[in-house]
Design a protein around this ligand. Sequence first.
Ligand SMILES: NC(=O)c1ccc[n+]([C@@H]2O[C@H](COP(=O)([O-])OP(=O)(O)OC[C@H]3O[C@@H](n4cnc5c(N)ncnc54)[C@H](OP(=O)(O)O)[C@@H]3O)[C@@H](O)[C@H]2O)c1
Length: 328
Amino acid sequence: MSWFRGSVFSVKGMWQFTKGGFERARANFHDEEMTVACDNRVFIITGANSGIGRAIAEELVRRGGNVHIVCRNPDKCAETGRHLRQLNGSAQVTEHVVNMSEMSAILEFTERFKKVIGKLDVLINNAGVLLDEQINSKEKFDVSFATNSLGPYVLTRELLPLLEQSADARVITMSSGGMYNEKLDLEDIQSINKGFNGTRAYAQQKRQEVIMMEQFALKHPKVLFTSMHPGWVDTPGVERSLPTFYQMMKNKLRKPAEGADTAIWLSTVPRSHSGIVNGGFYFDRQSVSKHLPLAWTHSAPEEDAQLMTMLADFTMQALRTKGITEAT
Ligand SMILES: NC(=O)c1ccc[n+]([C@@H]2O[C@H](COP(=O)([O-])OP(=O)(O)OC[C@H]3O[C@@H](n4cnc5c(N)ncnc54)[C@H](OP(=O)(O)O)[C@@H]3O)[C@@H](O)[C@H]2O)c1
């Protein structure tokens, strides 16, 4: 990361990404936009048992949504389901145990979901990790890449047939402001060739998520695809992955519900709202730039399209490993 880019990022982060930044942004929020009911709307939220994902699920359940939570740990999944039902006794909550770093598990889930549930209005790709070491998944991908980039790609792609049947379908992907520090790197898409650096790999994957949403939006304009930054939020994930940052910043971090705010807004605000941009990157309910000034992080349109081809090829590779020869 260049010195200049890093400095701009730090200043921007302290001013905007903190709880102080949320308070300043809140002055421009319109309360009435956050009263939209979610009855008869079907949601999937990945990583719903912790932090921001849990806060998103809580709010959608309070508003009467039919909420499907996707978690990798069966006990945490069951506990979250019980917690959500207590919030709203008449809510429809369904638990699904899926490891988002395993493409075959995602495919089994999507096939089952399409057959059994058969309806989806909003997909929230929230699950994510920042690991400090390179670990191979069963399908021989780097686990961070599989969880943060390839998994959301496969989940979104496989659920598109359902989303396209909805009159108002949306996909919201939880990226990160960290992506401001990275340009798309097609030479090292898994961030493993130059020695593994967890923070850089995470930022690269979060950049890939932003481009992925843009590319899906270009091909499937009927569905609203957005990516977003939740701000710097006090969650178990941040405490575990960035202990030094957490210790320094813990009094300045946003609450999980504040980190969830833009995801709820993007899930529910009328699509005719003047602030809605298909393929946009959002922060505090606004479509914002995907690049810092003078940051040299732009990629060419053909490189962005190439990312999607590479993700499709990786998916085929994962399926072949499992003996599945045809991607749906
Ligand atoms: N907090 C922040 O300041 C911040 C800033 C920018 C972006 N984000 C993004 O916000 C999202 C939520 O993060 P968080 O801060 O709320 O962290 P968190 O508390 O650690 O929550 C992350 C969730 O993702 C799940 N997850 C991780 N790997 C998974 C896998 N292989 N399969 C299924 N689920 C998996 C976790 O499950 P387990 O409980 O089983 O681990 C957990 O439910 C992430 O995408 C993160 O990158 C957060």
